[in-house]
Design a protein around this ligand. Structure first.
Ligand SMILES: N[C@@H](CCC(=O)N[C@@H](CS)C(=O)NCC(=O)O)C(=O)O
Length: 279
């Protein structure tokens, strides 16, 4: 990396391993496995390979919500994937998610295992499999619109704002300004929508809320990116605050947040694993 603010890109980009910043050690310009490693398989129909990041929490919350509704087929084993150690590049993990990112799900309930990757796709797969948290009729379109909005919008929050505000090796005003503006716009968008309806798709809590809450609810409560809550003045988004609190109160959300967290429940294999634990 050059220190100069006046960086002129070379004709051909080459991989400079010393590019710096948090996560520099796991970023690389090629896909595929770096090493051979099989994944463990537990006794339940669903095998989740994940970590309690905002993307990971979406799925563990959904699974806990399904179990709370009585869907016994949603029982799952959740395995801890340490992305800081490069476990997402093991051959077994890459076979479940060729994109090498958590969360990744293997459904072993049928005659042949089905792999599902991308958190939005996993939420939709589970909602359709169990007929839950995805409304019918016009609310379905609204739900899918917000679900797809989230998977498109979050990289501006995490990869854009979060990266340049908290993780980049240098504070670059242009980059922080650009992404702070976009994230404030996103928060305002959500605030306006949540001023019209209790939840993103309407009156009911759906997979759209499960996708958006870990990111924008986390941001609204100061759980992401250092001092960003003050920097972005997140308390001003009153409807986002109300919605964030309502979802945080759900028992399944409290359980889902603990799963695959290094300091909580690294692995989850049974409902009894939560006993005696609090968020
Ligand atoms: N679009 C993906 C993003 C998943 C993602 O970025 N996962 C991160 C953790 S939150 C990860 O596994 N990073 C490891 C890496 O990039 O090597 C999704 O929604 O599932």
């Amino acid at each position: 990396m050059t220190d100069s603010a006046e960086y002129t890109p070379p004709k051909i980009w080459t991989w400079n391993k010393a590019s710096g910043g948090r996560f520099a050690t796991i970023n690389r310009p090629i896909a595929g496995p770096t090493h051979e490693k099989e994944l463990p398989v537990g006794r339940h129909p669903l095998q989740l390979y994940s970590l309690a990041t905002p993307n990971g929490i979406k799925v563990t919350v959904m699974l806990e919500e399904l179990l709370a509704l009585g869907h016994a087929g949603a029982e799952y084993d959740a395995w801890f994937i340490d992305i800081s150690e490069g476990e997402q590049f093991g051959s077994g993990f890459v076979a479940v998610n060729p994109n090498s990112k958590i969360p990744a799900l293997m459904d072993r309930s049928g005659p042949a295992p089905v792999r599902v990757f991308e958190s939005g796709a996993i939420l939709l797969y589970l909602a359709e499999k169990f007929g839950a948290f995805l409304p019918a009729g016009p609310a379905r379109a609204e739900c899918l619109s917000w679900l797809f909005w989230q998977v498109g919008a979050a990289p501006y929050l995490g990869g854009g704002f979060g990266h340049f505000y908290a993780y980049a090796p240098a504070k670059i005003e242009y980059a922080i300004d650009r992404f702070a503006m976009e994230v404030k716009r996103q928060l305002d968008l959500l605030d306006r929508r949540l001023g019209e309806a209790a939840y993103l798709a309407g009156n009911a809590y759906t997979i759209a809320d499960m996708a958006v809450w870990p990111w924008y609810g986390g941001l609204a409560k100061g759980r992401l990116y250092g001092d960003s809550a003050e920097f972005l003045q997140v308390q001003d988004y009153k409807n986002v605050q109300r919605w964030t609190d309502a979802i945080a109160d759900r028992p399944a959300v409290k359980r889902g947040r603990m799963v695959n967290a290094a300091d909580q429940l690294r692995e989850r294999h049974d409902a009894g694993d939560f006993a005696g634990r609090t968020t």
